[in-house]
Design a binder for this molecule. Structure first.
Ligand code: C2E
Ligand code: CA
Ligand code: CA
Length: 451
């Protein structure tokens, strides 16, 4: 009942936000692997909340879906995408924009005409907009979906099937779908360099799609190693942090009009720095199977000890995932995760041999305008000891934070570094226990959670 009330409240707030034009569209380039050229961009919606800052679609699209707001949201994104495409065209930049449709869009028989009208209103050609629809949405009602997709193709719009590989669809369906492009879901691409199973899946999909005359885009390309492997496998295009995160239009324009090669390889977006061998680092982190698990007393105790030793109000055991930092333990902090781009800990993992210390964030141009500095929890002081796995990868950091500028003594820094080693030792021990359990046929779930 309470949940229900919360959902209604969230829906009311979201409806108001859509009307108040708080939805903003970010753009992420889609790159031709063989040449590095940008062939187009994907439009990805965000909610610019006046108090809570930028909210990502996974946190509000489900609310829109449950409350019948997806068509309104799609209209907003289609309009912003078309307007931006027109602005780029006027500047001599040819960037077709792909817009995501939801399952409910496929039940709206007026949608093809709506999209035509959006193009006409903005004076753009129909190849200026393309559409993405997930495999799961199509499979929910394959006949109706195929019919509406056909109409869109007849009207001149290209269609890509999104998140391919997650929907367990019968492959014969792919043949019948009027789509010109298949986007392999990022869950198969993120670890393609290290996982044989993922590599098989990706290679198989590329061959299957090419056999049907369709282009293939790999999502979630985060490293040069992944890019090289995908090229070898014959993949056509890629999208991912290796080139750029989704960024506001102006930033993409700057990049496209500036020096393409330098900006693209150094990652647009004022984004978090990415360490060398990032895919290996992420593979180590995933092997620990710690992300999104429950709090455990042992890690809480270590974070509390760090705060006590350093005399700070806040501390955390932070794991730096591909696009976020996630807290396994936290003292004095309200949020469970933040975007990686905002994370001080994303800097702390850059050098596994050193602590990362910011004595006054307001006096440091890398952080002075960071929303975690200008707003809650108002970080002024930060010290993070990298959590270094035996192979040298830093998976996160044990950090202490304060809302006043400070300095730590040498022995406090040494203690923080020692505590960070305990965190990794526990991750390692838990991983070994899980492996033993698997080998001897016991479910690791039956093992005690704290070591
Ligand atoms: P999607 O369509 O699969 O979009 C790709 C998502 O992957 C984006 O997340 C993007 O930021 C993320 N991504 C891109 N490259 C990488 C990478 O290298 N590594 C990792 N780990 N992630 C990467 P985002 O923007 O949070 O969007 C999440 C989902 O929300 C989208 O997944 C899409 O399903 C939905 N969505 C976003 N905008 C819209 C929209 O306007 N309409 C609809 N219906 N859905 C939308
Ligand atoms: Ca998409
Ligand atoms: Ca996708």
């Amino acid at each position: 009942m309470q949940e229900n009330a919360k959902d209604i409240e969230a829906a009311v707030e979201l409806r108001r936000a859509i009307a108040a034009e708080q939805m903003v569209v970010y753009f992420q380039p889609q790159v031709e692997l063989a040449t590095g050229r940008i062939l187009g961009v994907e439009a990805l919606v965000r909610w610019q909340h006046p108090e809570r800052g930028l909210i990502f679609p996974d946190d509000f699209i489900p609310i829109a879906e449950r409350n019948g707001m997806m068509n309104d949201l799609t209209d907003v994104v289609l309009n912003q995408a078309a307007r931006q495409h027109a602005l780029w065209q006027a500047d001599g930049i040819d960037l077709p924009v792909a817009v995501n449709l939801s399952a409910s869009s496929l039940r709206d028989s007026t949608l093809p005409d709506k999209i035509v009208a959006v193009c006409d209103r903005n004076g753009i050609s129909r190849r200026g907009l393309s559409l993405e629809i997930t495999e799961t949405s199509v499979m929910a009602e394959p006949e109706a979906a195929t019919a509406i997709l056909r109409v869109m193709v007849e009207r001149g719009f290209a269609i890509a099937i999104d998140d391919f590989g997650t929907g367990f669809s019968c492959l014969a369906h792919l043949r019948n779908l009027p789509v010109s492009m298949v986007k392999i879901d990022k869950s198969f691409v993120l670890d393609v360099v290290n996982s044989d199973a993922d590599a098989h899946m990706v290679r198989g999909t590329i061959e299957l799609a090419h056999g049907m005359g369709k282009q293939v885009v790999a999502e979630g390309v985060e490293s040069k190693e992944a890019l090289d492997l995908l090229l070898l496998m014959g993949c056509d295009q890629g999208q991912g942090y290796h080139w750029s995160r989704p960024v506001p239009a102006e930033q993409l324009t700057e990049w496209v009009t500036g020096n393409q090669n330098t900006a693209l390889s150094s990652n647009v977006g004022g984004a978090a720095p990415i360490p060398a061998q990032e895919s290996k680092r992420l593979a180590v982190l995933r092997r620990y199977r710690v992300l999104d698990t429950a709090y455990e007393a042992i890690f809480d105790d270590i974070a509390a000890a760090a705060s006590r030793v350093c005399g700070t109000a806040m501390s955390a055991v932070s794991l730096v995932d591909a696009d976020r930092q996630w807290f396994k333990a936290r003292v004095g902090l309200k949020m469970r995760e933040t975007a990686r781009d905002l994370a001080f800990c994303a800097h702390a993992i850059m050098d596994p041999d050193q602590l990362f210390v910011v004595n006054d964030a307001c006096a440091d141009e890398r952080f002075a305008t960071n929303p975690l500095v200008t707003g809650d929890p108002r970080i002024r002081f930060y010290a993070g000891a990298p959590l270094v796995a035996p192979d040298g990868s830093a998976v996160g950091s044990l950090c202490v934070i304060d809302s006043i500028p400070r300095q730590l003594s040498g022995s406090q820094l040494e203690a923080l570094s020692q505590l960070s080693k305990h965190v990794v030792a526990i991750f390692e021990a838990k991983q070994h226990l899980a492996e033993i359990a698997q080998k001897w046929g016991t479910s690791s779930r039956n093992l005690p959670t704290a070591v």
